[in-house]
Design a protein around this ligand. Structure first.
Ligand SMILES: Nc1ncnc2c1ncn2[C@@H]1O[C@H](COP(=O)(O)OP(=O)(O)OP(=O)(O)O)[C@@H](O)[C@H]1O
Ligand SMILES: [Mg+2]
Length: 225
């Protein structure tokens, strides 16, 4: 079953007196449980595409359905709801909160959701921290961790709310190749144990062996071969 259906997606940015055509008519379907890679050169539109799917940025034209809902016509409140409850984000630069330790960083989205008690939240965060192999680092702050460990925290944080989809924009770009491969492997394991759909962008062809579905993008269009 498809969890994301995109048709004729265009995204244009005004830039001074000109227009940047970042996405020029994307058709894409992502199935539930997919581990999909979006690969393309710098400037091809990968971040723009992930940001539109994640309701961080808005389409200029076209249809984007996430979990059967047309996100291009949602109100602000519904968009906030999707971002918090349905989607997890992993970024190239980790984006952890520096003053919080590992467990507090992972608990953070659950505290925002206000759906569980403090002790339930702690239990869920501990489970995810265990799954990403960081139990002994639970009291460390981000500055006291390696890049790979920081990205593990980000993976735990992205999954703690049990989202339907995790979007990862070049999650291995700031890691050496061995650590990058470990992070991809961990994402794949989490894709399987948590049954979460993953979409990650990359311009590194080495990471492609992990994906079960590869979409190539160039100049704002999907390249089919
Ligand atoms: N806010 C913006 N204003 C104007 N142009 C933008 C904006 N954001 C992105 N663009 C342009 O849109 C195009 C696609 O950018 P995008 O960031 O999606 O590419 P990318 O594939 O993620 O590249 P990279 O691999 O370098 O991260 C580029 O030409 C970029 O310059
Ligand atoms: Mg990018």
């Amino acid at each position: 079953m498809s969890i994301i259906e995109i048709k004729g997606l265009k995204k244009e940015y005004p830039l001074g007196s000109t227009t940047v055509y970042a996405l020029r008519g994307i058709d894409l379907q992502v199935n539930e449980g997919d581990f999909m890679s979006i690969i393309g050169p710098s400037g091809s539109g990968k971040t723009t595409l992930l940001n539109v799917i994640g309701c961080i940025d808005f389409a200029t034209e076209g249809s984007v359905q996430v979990g059967g809902r047309e996100i291009t016509s949602l109100k602000d409140k519904e968009i906030t709801d999707i971002r918090l409850n349905k989607i997890g984000f992993i970024f190239q630069t980790f984006n952890l909160i520096p003053v919080l330790d590992v467990i507090e960083n992972v608990e953070f989205p659950l505290l925002l959701m206000k759906k569980q008690s403090v002790s339930e939240i702690r239990k869920r965060a501990e489970k995810l921290i265990d799954e990403v192999g960081l139990t002994e680092y639970a009291k460390h702050r981000p500055a006291e961790l390696s890049g790979g460990q920081r990205q593990r925290v980000a993976i735990a944080r992205a999954l703690v709310t049990n989202p339907d989809i995790v979007l990862a924009d070049e999650p291995t770009a700031n890691l050496d190749s061995v650590t990058g491969a470990q992070i991809l492997e961990l994402m794949r394991v989490m894709n399987q144990i948590e049954k979460t759909t993953f979409i990650f962008s990359t311009h590194d062809a080495n990471v492609l062996k992990y994906a079960n579905n590869i979409t190539k993008i160039k100049d704002g269009l999907i390249v089919r071969e």
